[in-house]
Design a protein around this ligand. Structure first.
Ligand code: DHB
Length: 393
């Protein structure tokens, strides 16, 4: 006999989207079960991006007054765009009166898991969803297996796929292959974490003839840095000396503070938007619904924006029997998703060196960068998109 669970909303995925959704639903008295195939320790240690939009920080602070984003995280009021060896500051506060926070995603997850566990949320780790049985479209059923290999079924009034870029739920909503639109890029990022003091107070996005580099941070003792690489690159191949030489050559004008590299990875670049974000009583949020390339760090912020829309729509549907918001969830979420897709694609194209680019491409790109940094309107567009458009709250 499979283990049988009954709840109002079944949430597949205990990442930021699934956990925040469970919280917003609980605030409205809507009970949910969250499952994830990973262990809690795996979730808390996955290295992801580190930039939170102001709206994300406001939401995290409202739902969790104990969040460490304000104490451990750091507010950043600007970034630097560097090209032809010269830095140009984009002053977010002066341009749009907003900021971002540097606070790594795994810390956000640690806070959210503690918050939800403390509130008595039904959270099940090591439970892998394999599909949906929606024979009764009003009572979708999640089919899953627990860590012992025993079957688990969850009957719900609504099922949410918050299960990341390799989503199992996606095909139940959007059909096989996700029926989406897709873009690949001819480059990737090689990323490191190292034990070193910061090389700069703010993030440096540096365009150079040899390719792009990003100087980011994690804490006063730990730094995160990336450089543009070939998508086929083996993360273990370069020596530490080669890594530092590549990074340093791409950030002329700053002398990087070096230290032991204790983590390295290659991040792939993809843009993807699923063909449907909702079908009947199933919906997708976050990376299950869309992927953006990392430049500009929109991924988690976009997941939060989806969840804010979906939580309100589920409240109307499940508490007031009003389906108008859920019927328009996809269309409303897609407006922001495509703005973020454009921003991530634009930042990526403007900053990276195309592998087979010629002199025209290179000079045009410098013209584009100048058009941004030498115009208040250009800088303000970047600042507005980077710090995040208002959330629907
Ligand atoms: C980081 C990642 C990003 O993609 C970005 O645009 C800025 C910062 C980071 O991991 O720190």
């Amino acid at each position: 006999m499979p283990q049988s669970i009954r709840t109002r909303v079944a949430i597949v995925g205990a990442g930021p989207a699934g956990l925040i959704l469970s919280h917003l639903l609980a605030e409205e008295g809507i009970e949910s079960v969250v499952i994830d195939r990973r262990t809690r320790a795996e979730i808390e240690s996955t290295i992801r991006a580190g930039i939170l939009e102001q709206g994300t920080v406001e939401l995290l602070t409202r739902i969790d007054p104990g969040t460490r984003v304000q104490t451990v995280g750091e507010r950043h009021d600007g970034i630097e765009l560097r090209f032809q060896g010269e830095g140009h500051r984009i002053d977010f506060q002066a341009l749009v009166g907003r900021s971002v926070w540097l606070y790594p995603q795994h810390e956000v997850l640690t806070d959210l898991l503690a918050l939800r566990a403390g509130a008595g949320q039904d959270l099940r780790f090591g439970v892998t969803a394999s599909g949906i049985d929606d024979t009764d479209p009003d009572q979708p059923r999640v089919i899953a297996t627990d860590s012992q290999g025993d079957n688990v079924v969850i009957d719900a009034d609504f099922v949410v796929g918050a299960d990341g870029s390799r989503s199992v739920m996606r095909s139940a909503v959007a059909g096989a292959s996700g029926n989406g639109v897709f873009r690949e890029y001819p480059f990737a990022w090689f990323g490191i974490l190292c034990d070193a003091p910061p090389s700069s107070d703010e993030l440096i996005y540096s365009n150079s003839d040899d390719g792009f580099a990003l100087i980011s941070q994690r804490s006063p003792q730990v730094q995160r840095m990336y450089f543009q690489c070939d998508p086929g690159m083996d993360a273990q191949a370069p020596s530490e000396a080669e890594i530092w030489a590549t990074l340093q050559a791409r950030v002329p004008g700053t002398s990087l503070k070096r230290g032991p590299v204790f983590q390295r990875d290659v991040l792939s670049f993809r843009s993807f938007v699923a063909g449907e974000l909702r079908r009947g009583r199933l919906a997708l949020v976050g990376d299950a619904a869309h992927t953006v390339p990392p430049t500009g760090a929109k991924g988690m912020n976009l997941a939060v924006a989806d969840v804010v829309l979906l939580a309100r729509a589920l409240h109307a549907l499940l508490r007031e029997d009003d389906s108008r918001l859920i019927d328009t969830y996809s269309e409303r979420a897609l407006r922001r998703i495509w703005k973020a897709q454009h921003f991530s694609w634009w930042m990526t194209g403007m900053l990276h060196t195309p592998p087979r680019g010629d002199d025209f491409d290179r000079r045009r790109q410098i013209g584009e960068l100048r058009s941004v940094v030498e115009s208040e309107a250009g800088r303000a567009y970047l600042a507005e998109a980077y710090t995040g458009w208002p959330l629907d709250v």
